[in-house]
Write a protein that binds this ligand. Sequence first.
Ligand SMILES: [Zn+2]
Length: 356
Amino acid sequence: MDSGRLPHALLLSGPEGCGKLPVARALAQYIHCQHRHDGDSCGVCPSCVQHASFGHADMHYVYPVVKSKTKGVYVSADNIAEWQRFLQEYPYAGWRNWLEISEAGNSRPSIHVEESSEIVRRMNMTNYAAAYKIALMWLPEKLEPAAANKLLKIIEEPYADTLFIFVSDEPKEILPTIYSRLQRVEMRRFSDSAIAGILERECGVDRDAAIQIAALSDGNAAAAVEAAAASGELEGFMRTFQEMMRKAYGRQVRELRELSETVAAMGREKNMRFLAYCSRMVRENFIYNLQVPQLRGQNRAEEQFSSRFAPFVTAANAPGMMELFDTAAEDIGRNANAKIVLFDTMLQLIVLLVRR
Ligand SMILES: [Zn+2]
């Protein structure tokens, strides 16, 4: 960019979670920035602010979507809210995360022919403010053949002020007619220490845990961030579970009501995961009593807790407690009022803990 030799169609490829999409987005922002300095964008000019809020008029994102007449989805722009959430929640952009956020279900998102018409239309429009109009396509390997054919001309003979940035997990699966027209840049995996740094800086994970998670994530930042989030959540679940059991055992009804409200505030999806966790903990504490270590899936902190708590979980109350949590999860899944369900669940726990 600085030497004025930016290719008009660029392909960033490399393994999942190596940071291709963040690099592509940073490049687009850099190109549009009004006060570039020291090889970086300024972050504060109107262009940079528009990039950060996904509002830059000369920036066009393209990504796979599930075409749906009933939902009125044909092109990327029809899923823009999901896309923004995806980039914010999963900056390292895993395909699985996109399937989840875009609620693809059993359908496989792809880039359809309507999308190519839209790209051609957008690239034909007058620039709003910037010198370049940029189309950033995530996963060109998901282009349907008809859609790819429609793009050949504009990639081969682009307008002087347009730039295509393609970001691919599987460059071998890109249709050859497209692939051969792209200037390719291969990115490598992150090193373990780079991953640990990302976890510390961006996820607030402490140094020891960051190194541990990094060692297991094979240079994939998307997987590492996800693992960190999951382990953070489980720690929180464990603390809440312990607090709930202590208060139920102590028959602290007023405190249980407060706790049920705190838990309810976590939201429906997280409530259901928490209740599944509770059910699993009861099962594992019951097994703990049977002294069958190989059946247990506990970490060290959970095991420490079990050494004190397990005696309270017996054949007389374990099945009842598990059913209690499972039913609560089902009810919340069906949109029952979480505060009421959780408080009721906790009151029934008091009764079950007495029955040993
Ligand atoms: Zn700027």
